[in-house]
Design a protein around this ligand. Structure first.
Ligand SMILES: [Zn+2]
Ligand SMILES: [Zn+2]
Ligand SMILES: [Zn+2]
Ligand SMILES: [Zn+2]
Ligand SMILES: [Zn+2]
Ligand SMILES: [Zn+2]
Ligand SMILES: [Zn+2]
Length: 445
């Protein structure tokens, strides 16, 4: 119907745009190629009266409004149409259909007035959202789940000092506990102060320190005399110890003296064992006599001047032997030869060995010539001990290793003073005497 009023080139007589707030139903835009220019619009009262008397449905009919009537009554209807969109009367900037307005004003409008049910204060909707959940007058449960319920403003005080489920550090050990278990804890707290169980007068000792206190610092503690290492068995309370020390000076001194002497004995014993341990047990001795020229001189000045080698064992758990040398000779070699002897010393294992000592002994004076220049020519002598000679019998255990009265067995004319200057028997003012003992394999095994 309305569209019929629009003919090509003939503009709409009614400015329906103004009435409807929408596109005029007779707008020529739909039919014509060119849009209508404002100059082409002019009033036509007659046509206007006709159009306004046409019947029409509400512009919100598609949303559900059932109203229909004359165009001229449309404006009045829209003033009450529940589908018509209007701005919120609270000026909150929202625009909604009239039928959604009550709910908006009641609940959604940020500019609505709200009264808090707990504190009865007035708020705008906006401010109330912030207030909700924080109202100091609202009754709430304690967050520690202790079961208490109170106004929110009392909550922090409750949590701080009243709530039985609050955590609190133990005054003594500083560990955190739930308040209602702290008392139980303090029955066991290691730092809880207790008095000395021996009533020494110390009023508060941390529970875990009581044992140490009783042992070390309690006046009633029983102490051992500090001379206990020396053998004093006295035991008395700490307080009485001073008197014991004063009274027992002489006794203590005696004990210390005895201790020193015991220890000296022990040191001697250890030294002897150590010496024994350092004795070679490989059956071969290589004995360096250093400072040869001076020692020879010394031997010439004092007749029968004998040098002794370190002792050595013929094998492990074997015979203990010692080599000796007269640099200026003795007996038939005196003043002309180097004499070399071997003797049996009292050894650790003598009682386990066969006597007399009967194994082959070899002596050598080592040629120190460089083997790469010429083959060394050692001076060597070998002998089988004479079983009838008394010094190859088992030596008496108490004999000293340096007892010069015991004769060795050997060679007074081992090498002459002339020969010893040949080759390199003396080199860098030192000679080497080697002694070795041949022990049969069956004895070693
Ligand atoms: Zn309507
Ligand atoms: Zn609003
Ligand atoms: Zn409130
Ligand atoms: Zn609580
Ligand atoms: Zn504690
Ligand atoms: Zn005490
Ligand atoms: Zn004592």
């Amino acid at each position: 119907m309305g569209t019929r009023a629009a003919r090509a080139g003939q503009p709409c007589p009614v400015s329906l745009q103004a009435v409807l707030g929408a596109v005029c139903p007779c707008s020529p835009v739909q039919d014509a190629d060119t849009p209508l220019l404002p100059l082409q619009i002019y009033p036509d009262p007659e046509l206007e009266a006709q159009v306004l008397s046409l019947a029409i449905r509400c512009i919100h009919s598609e949303e559900g409004c059932r109203w229909s009537g004359l165009i001229k009554h449309l404006q009045a209807h829209l003033g009450t149409c529940s589908f018509n969109v209007i701005p919120c009367p609270n000026r909150c900037s929202a625009k909604l259909s009239r039928r959604d307005l009550p709910d908006h004003i009641q609940h959604g409008c940020p500019k609505r007035r709200v009264k808090c049910e707990f504190c009865a204060s007035d708020f705008t909707g906006e401010a109330f959202e912030g207030h909700q959940g924080t109202c100091p007058q609202e009754s709430v449960y304690c967050e520690n789940k202790c079961g208490a319920r109170m106004m929110r403003r009392l909550l922090s005080q409750h949590a701080l000092s009243e709530c039985p489920k609050r955590t609190q550090p133990c005054t003594y050990c500083s560990k955190e506990f739930v308040f209602d278990t702290i008392q139980n804890h303090q029955y066991q707290c290691p730092r809880y102060p207790v008095p000395c169980p021996n009533q020494c007068g110390t009023p508060s000792i941390a529970r875990e320190d009581v044992t140490t206190h009783l042992k070390e610092s309690c006046n009633t503690a029983m102490l051992l005399c500090p001379f206990k290492e020396a053998g004093c068995k006295h035991r008395c309370p700490k307080l009485a110890m001073g008197r014991h020390l004063e009274e027992s000076t002489k006794t203590h001194l005696g004990m210390v003296c005895a201790l020193v002497s015991r220890q000296r004995q022990e040191i001697l014993e250890l030294r002897r064992e150590l010496e024994e341990l350092s004795v070679s047990s490989e059956g071969t001795l290589i004995w360096k006599i250093a400072d040869y020229a001076r020692k020879l001189q010394e031997s010439k000045a004092r007749s029968n001047y004998e040098f002794f080698s370190p002792p050595f064992y013929t094998h492990k758990y074997g015979y203990k032997l010692q080599v000796s040398a007269f640099l200026n000779g003795n007996g038939s070699g005196e003043s002309s030869h180097l004499s070399v002897y071997i003797r049996v010393l009292p050894g650790e294992y003598d009682n386990l060995l066969e006597w007399p000592f009967s194994y082959r002994v070899t002596f050598s004076l080592l040629d120190q010539s460089d083997p790469s220049l010429s083959k060394p020519q050692h001076i060597t002598e070998t002998f089988h001990p004479d079983p009838n000679w008394k010094n190859f019998q088992k030596p008496p255990a108490i004999r000293s290793s340096l007892d010069e009265s015991t004769l060795g067995f050997g060679y007074p004319k081992f090498i002459s003073h002339e020969d010893i200057r040949k080759r390199n028997y003396v080199r860098d003012n030192a000679i080497y005497i080697k002694a070795s003992v041949e022990i049969p394999q069956k004895i070693l095994a």
